[in-house]
Write a protein that binds this ligand. Structure first.
Ligand code: THU
Length: 134
């Protein structure tokens, strides 16, 4: 699956965002090792701090479906005029399940895509030895 197709899927997922407070829709498409794609959208709450980002929403959905191995994550922010990268909390959250060379792509309303990796977004990762013990 190419990055443009994944971006289109992330963009569709953004249309399912629940973001009445920020009015900032975000969608994520997570390409799984088995070739399937799990999507996520940001879900806000009137208690603002409870908002869940699209990236975490996709990871939680995938893990809940029994998928733990991932090939790439693509994020679409159709309300942004520049590509918006995953927030710090999401970087930590995603890093639980992927290696530093894992591709992460993010794009804006125009479809401009920035391609990076987990390691670039979250260098000097800590607590590796605690991860994946189960
Ligand atoms: N948001 C995401 O879903 N992913 C990001 O990478 C950036 C921020 C959401 C959280 C909140 O619902 C809205 O965008 C504004 O910050």
């Amino acid at each position: 699956m190419d990055s443009k197709s994944l971006f289109r899927i992330a963009n569709e997922a953004a249309s399912r965002s629940y973001s009445p407070y920020s009015k900032f829709r975000v969608g994520a498409a997570l390409l799984c090792e088995d070739g399937s794609i799990v999507t996520g959208a940001n879900v806000e709450n009137r208690s603002y701090g409870l908002a869940i980002c699209a990236e975490r929403s996709a990871i939680v959905a995938a893990i809940s479906q029994g998928k733990r191995n991932f090939k790439a994550l693509v994020v679409s922010c159709p309300d942004a005029s520049y590509p918006v990268s995953p927030c710090g909390a999401c970087r930590q959250f995603i890093s639980e399940f992927v290696k530093p060379d894992f591709p992460i792509l993010f794009g804006d309303a125009t479809g401009t895509l920035v391609e990076t990796t987990m390691g670039e977004l979250f260098p000097h990762d800590a607590l590796h030895e605690l991860a994946n013990r189960q």
